[in-house]
Write a protein that binds this ligand. Structure first.
Ligand SMILES: Cc1cc2nc3c(=O)[nH]c(=O)nc-3n(C[C@H](O)[C@H](O)[C@H](O)COP(=O)(O)OP(=O)(O)OC[C@H]3O[C@@H](n4cnc5c(N)ncnc54)[C@H](O)[C@@H]3O)c2cc1C
Length: 499
C-alpha cells in the first residue's frame, strides 16, 4: 500500500477518533474535520462556578473496547486513562420506598433482590446466565461484523448465531420476557430499563435486548478517573500521538462526489481531496446536507429515531449520603411513560429520573467541598417541541416534585447553579437529527439489527461510523462501529492489518 493514502473524517466524536486511530496505525494519513472547537461530540464537559459535569454519557462499560485501541496503537492505556470497576452499578428508588442496590457481584445482587422485593435468588442468577449466553452467542457476532456484506453471512460464526436465535428473542418484547422471568414488578421494571440503553421502548423492543444486562451486571460498570471527559482526552491524545491531524471549527459543507466515487470534501469553500471519506456525522444529515440526496435521507427517517434526553446540570449546596454515583428514581407507570416518549410525545407528570453524581467518586474535584454536582436526566421524545422554555419548565416541575417526594427534601432551594441540555441543543451541538441520543431506536427487530451500513452502497470510497449506523449508539457500540468501518476500509484498500 502507498503510505500516502489520505482519509478524511467528518466529525471528531468517539467513533470518528477511534476510526482515525485505527487507520493512522495502519499507515493512512488521517485528517479529522470537526465543526465544534473541541473534539468528543456528545462526550464533553461543562465547568461552572467550581462545579464540573460530564454533559453526555455517564455510564462507562466494556473498557476492553478502548483497551484494544491502545494495544493496537502500541501504547500503554494506563498512561492516558485510569478507571476502576464500581461495587454498586446503580441505586434504584421506587415511590413506595423500596430501594435496591444493583451490586456488581451477581450473588450479592440476587440476595439484595430477594431481601428487598422477595424475588427468589435463583431468578436473577438464571436471567443473567441467559443474558450472557445471548451476548456470547448472538450479540458478539452481530455487534462485531457488518451485516450488510454477503461475506459476513457466509461465516460459520454467523450461521451458528442465527441458529441460536430463539423465536422469543424476536417475537416477544423485552417487557414480555422480563415479566415471565420475574414475579416482582419492581424487578421487571429494573430490567425493562435496559431498553433505554439503546434509546428504545421495552414494550416494543425485541427480547434480544436481554443481552444488555450482561454488559452491566456481569461485566461491570466502571468509573474513569476525572469523569467521562477523561475518555475523550485519552482518545484525542492517542490520535495526536498516531499523527492524526485535527481541524477544529471546520464544518464540512459538502462531500465531493463524482461518478459514484467520493473524491473529497468542501470545507470553508475549499476543496480538500482524499482517497477515502468517512462520515461520523449523523447519517441522515450526511445524505441530506453533505450529499444533497433527499431520497436516501428520507429512507433513513423511515426507521424511528431513538429517544432524546432533557438534562439539568445542578450544583447542589448539600451532600446526600443516601445517593450514589448512578441513581434511578422510577416512575410508577412505566408503560404510560414510554407511551409519552414514543407516541404522544408530551410531558409525563411522573418521569423516571436519573441522577449521576461524580463528586461521590472524587471529592473536591467535581464540586466544591460539602456540595454535589447533579446531572439530572429524563428520557424524552426526539422532538424539537421539548426544547420550548415553557415545556422545559413543566418537565422541571415534575422532576422536582418526584425528587422532593422520594428524598423528602425540598430540592429547589438547594440548586446553586443550573444549566440545561435539550433535544434542540443536542442537534445543534452534535448534529444528531432531532437530538436522538442513539440514532435510530431498536423498537423493532429491523431497527435493532439493520441500521444503515458502515459504507455507501452507491458511492465508492464513502464510509460511515458512529451511533447512527451499524451496530448502534452508546460508547461501546460506537467503538465497535469504528472497528467495523476501519476494517472494511483496510479490506477494500487491500491493506494488511497491523495487529
Ligand atoms: C445526554 C446523553 C447521555 C448519554 N448517555 C450515555 C451513556 O451513559 N453511556 C453511553 O455509552 N452512551 C451514552 N450516550 C450516547 C453516546 O454519547 C453516543 O452514542 C456517542 O458519544 C456518539 O458518538 P459518535 O462518534 O457517534 O458521534 P457524536 O458524538 O454524535 O459526534 C459526531 C461529531 O460530528 C460532528 N459533525 C457533525 N456534522 C459535522 C459537519 N458537517 N462537519 C464537521 N463535523 C461535524 C459533530 O460536531 C460531532 O462532534 C449519551 C448521549 C447523550 C447525548
Amino acid at each position: 500500500m502507498s503510505a500516502k493514502q489520505k482519509a478524511l473524517i467528518i466529525g471528531a466524536g468517539v467513533a470518528g477518533m477511534a476510526c482515525a486511530i485505527r487507520l493512522a496505525t495502519n499507515g493512512f494519513k488521517v485528517t479529522i474535520f470537526e465543526k465544534n472547537d473541541y473534539p468528543g461530540g456528545k462526550l464533553f464537559v461543562l465547568e461552572k462556578d467550581g462545579y464540573r459535569f460530564d454533559t453526555g454519557p455517564s455510564f462507562f462499560v466494556e473498557p476492553e473496547n478502548i483497551e484494544e485501541l491502545f494495544d493496537l496503537a502500541g501504547e500503554d492505556i494506563h498512561e492516558y486513562l485510569a478507571y476502576k470497576r464500581i461495587d454498586v452499578a446503580c441505586k434504584y428508588f421506587y415511590e413506595d420506598g423500596t430501594v435496591i442496590n444493583a451490586y456488581a457481584d451477581q450473588e450479592k445482587f440476587a440476595q439484595e433482590l430477594e431481601q428487598r422485593t422477595g424475588e427468589p435468588f435463583q431468578h436473577l442468577i438464571s436471567y443473567l446466565t441467559e443474558s450472557e449466553k445471548i451476548y456470547n452467542d448472538i450479540g458478539n457476532v452481530f455487534l462485531n461484523y457488518s451485516l450488510h456484506q454477503r461475506k459476513t453471512w457466509k461465516q460459520h460464526a454467523i450461521l451458528k448465531a442465527l441458529i441460536s436465535v430463539r423465536p422469543r428473542y424476536i417475537f416477544s418484547t423485552l417487557h414480555e420476557i422480563n415479566k415471565k422471568k420475574f414475579g416482582n414488578p419492581h424487578v421487571v421494571q429494573l430490567f425493562d430499563r435496559y431498553a433505554t440503553y439503546s434509546g428504545s421502548n421495552p414494550y416494543l423492543a425485541p427480547g434480544m435486548l436481554m443481552l444488555i444486562p450482561h454488559i452491566e451486571c456481569n461485566k461491570g460498570v466502571f468509573y474513569p478517573e476525572g469523569g467521562m471527559m477523561s475518555i475523550n482526552k485519552a482518545l484525542y491524545n492517542l490520535a495526536l500521538k498516531k499523527g492524526v491531524v485535527f481541524k477544529l471549527t471546520s464544518p464540512v459543507q459538502r462531500i465531493i462526489e463524482n461518478k459514484h466515487k467520493a473524491k473529497g470534501i468542501i470545507v470553508d469553500n475549499q476543496r480538500i481531496l482524499g482517497d477515502v471519506v468517512i462520515s461520523n456525522a449523523d447519517v441522515y444529515f450526511t445524505y441530506n446536507k453533505l450529499l444533497n440526496r433527499n431520497y436516501e435521507a428520507k429512507k433513513i427517517l423511515k426507521l424511528e429515531r431513538s429517544s432524546s434526553a432533557l438534562i439539568f446540570y445542578w450544583g447542589i449546596k448539600k451532600e446526600f449520603p443516601q445517593l450514589n454515583l448512578h441513581n434511578i428514581f422510577f416512575s410508577k407507570d412505566y408503560q404510560s411513560e414510554f407511551n409519552s416518549i414514543f407516541i404522544t410525545k408530551a410531558p409525563f407528570d411522573d418521569p423516571t429520573v436519573y441522577i449521576n453524581i461524580t463528586s461521590k467518586m472524587e471529592k473536591g474535584i467535581h464540586a466544591p467541598k460539602g456540595k454535589e454536582n447533579w446531572f439530572v436526566m429524563i428520557n424524552v421524545a426526539s422532538n424539537m417541541q421539548v426544547s420550548r422554555d415553557e415545556i422545559i419548565m413543566v418537565y422541571k416541575k415534575n422532576i422536582l416534585a418526584k425528587l422532593n417526594r422520594i428524598l423528602q427534601t425540598d430540592i429547589e432551594p438547594l440548586i446553586e447553579i443550573e444549566s440545561v441540555l435539550h433535544p434542540k441543543m443536542v442537534e445543534e451541538e452534535t448534529g444528531s437529527y432531532m437530538g436522538a441520543l442513539y440514532g435510530t431506536s431498536s423498537n423493532s427487530i429491523k431497527a435493532a439489527f439493520l441500521r444503515h451500513p458502515n459504507f455507501s452502497k452507491d458511492i465508492h470510497g464513502l464510509y460511515f461510523t458512529g451511533g447512527s449506523v451499524h451496530p448502534g449508539g452508546g460508547i461501546p457500540l460506537c467503538l465497535k462501529s469504528a472497528k467495523i468501518t476501519a476494517d472494511m476500509i483496510m479490506h477494500d484498500y487491500k491493506i494488511n492489518k497491523h495487529e
